[in-house]
Design a protein around this ligand. Structure first.
Ligand SMILES: Cc1cc2nc3c(=O)[nH]c(=O)nc-3n(C[C@H](O)[C@H](O)[C@H](O)COP(=O)(O)OP(=O)(O)OC[C@H]3O[C@@H](n4cnc5c(N)ncnc54)[C@H](O)[C@@H]3O)c2cc1C
Length: 392
């Protein structure tokens, strides 16, 4: 197999590297410190270069870049530690709308997303339904030509920056749970919507969102009435990505700089065998994660929507990130727990940061247990797990 990039792909990679090198040096730390993994400055600069729609066909105003060029763009942003989660979430909704949206949604919402004017957020999880997302209780009730929405969503990341929430609501409570759901694009500026911040231990800011008699027209519906589960399946296929591989790539770059720098009291940490072993293990995991990502990219380049491949890559890379961060804290010693950027902490605080942050990557977009269940059933063909109650 040939994993070399083509001349055109290498040219694009150089262009991306040049752009990243031109950003102010503190951009990465400054964006992470806000807890919102999005910077409007970076986003608008990307829009100015046409990169937000780089993957879209030229006839739709895009650049027609191939999936490997897009993977390269993501990898370079990750290597530089510049978070683009705002764009990644909005783009996955744009891709979903392209497949299941109405002509009006495709003509009005997609260009605003790809032009960098608006962000979207995902309103799936609720206080009592995260893994079992089909158990959503937020209600959408028909009222003439409108729908009235009542309920609460949990972990609505980016809701404080976004214009719309891509919302999963129950439209029929009397049928099996997967069949009574419908998806909507709800403007966050609508009367009755409230956004409250939730700050996680992992450093990411997310939100709780509340919907109190929020009225939207039927044109806000995405897909068929009670057909929301099919729409979710498309959106989830775009969401399950080895994004944690990007965090690992960034962490290891920072850790390697730390390991190669001699301190005032002795040789560089990389001289110690346990540091080399820790880095070697983590780089091996990173390589596996990258290859899993390339497999998804290759499938996409053949117009196949990766489903279980996304679960495999997401599971492996997020757990690899958590292993790497924990073992780096171990080899650094007590100083590994020093926090903050620009404080003199080892690797400028990124080891401590990722030690806390890596955990959330094993939770969002489906926890590791849920991914294992998907892989067992859909990839390995094992029978569906049933709840077992052992008697004490
Ligand atoms: C930082 C962050 C950002 C997020 N952003 C978003 C967002 O933008 N939009 C959104 O809709 N959601 C978002 N989420 C929510 C995320 O998808 C859920 O937290 C996740 O799906 C788990 O749901 P839960 O928290 O309700 O935990 P639960 O589902 O209650 O799970 C609790 C534990 O039980 C385990 N478990 C549950 N069911 C099973 C099972 N069937 N088999 C085996 N084990 C099981 C889980 O693995 C977990 O360990 C975000 C979460 C975090 C932490």
């Amino acid at each position: 197999m040939d994993f070399e990039l083509s001349a055109a792909q290498l040219r694009f990679r150089d262009e991306v590297r040049q752009f990243l090198a031109g950003l102010p040096p503190q951009t990465s730390a400054a964006v992470h410190d806000t807890g919102t993994l999005h910077s409007w400055d970076v986003h608008r600069a990307m829009a100015g270069r046409g990169w937000l729609k780089a993957a879209w066909p030229v006839e739709q105003g895009g650049q027609g870049r191939d999936p490997f060029e897009m993977a390269t763009l993501n990898e370079e942003f990750a290597r530089a530690g510049i978070p683009i989660e705002g764009w990644l979430i909005a783009e996955l909704v744009a891709k979903t709308l392209q497949i299941v949206g109405t002509p009006q949604q495709r003509h009005e919402v997609i260009p605003a997303i790809l032009g960098g004017e608006i962000l979207l957020c995902l309103g799936y999880s609720e206080p009592d339904s995260g893994s079992d997302v089909a158990a959503a209780r937020t209600r959408a009730t028909r009222d003439g030509d409108d729908w009235v929405i009542d309920g609460q969503k949990m972990f609505t990341t980016m809701a404080h920056e976004a214009s719309y929430v891509f919302l999963l609501a129950r439209t029929d409570p009397d049928v099996p749970k997967h069949r009574g759901l419908t998806m909507f694009l709800v403007p966050l500026s609508a009367d009755g919507v409230q956004v409250r911040p939730v700050h996680t231990l992992g450093g990411e800011r997310t939100n709780a969102t509340f919907y109190d008699r929020v009225r939207v027209p039927d044109s806000a519906r995405v897909g068929e009435v009670d057909g929301g589960w099919d729409v979710m399946m498309v959106a989830l296929a775009f969401e399950r990505q080895p994004a944690a591989a990007g965090h690992l790539l960034h962490l290891l770059g920072r850790a390697l700089d730390w390991a190669r720098t001699a301190g005032p009291d002795g040789p560089a940490p990389i001289e110690r065998p346990e540091v080399r072993a820790c880095l070697a293990r983590a780089y091996t995991d990173l390589e596996v994660s990258r290859l899993m990502g390339y497999r998804m990219t290759w499938l996409t380049s053949r117009d196949v929507l990766p489903h279980t491949e996304g679960s495999l890559a997401k599971l492996f890379s997020s757990e690899a990130l958590m292993r790497a961060a924990a073992s780096l804290v171990d080899v650094v010693g007590a100083d590994g727990l020093l926090a903050g950027h620009g404080t003199g902490a080892p690797a400028d605080g990124w080891i401590e940061h990722e030690f806390r942050h890596s955990v959330v990557t094993t939770i969002y977009a489906g926890t590791s247990e849920i991914q294992r269940g998907i892989i067992a059933e859909r990839h390995l063909g094992l029978p569906r797990a049933t709840a077992r109650r052992d008697k004490a």
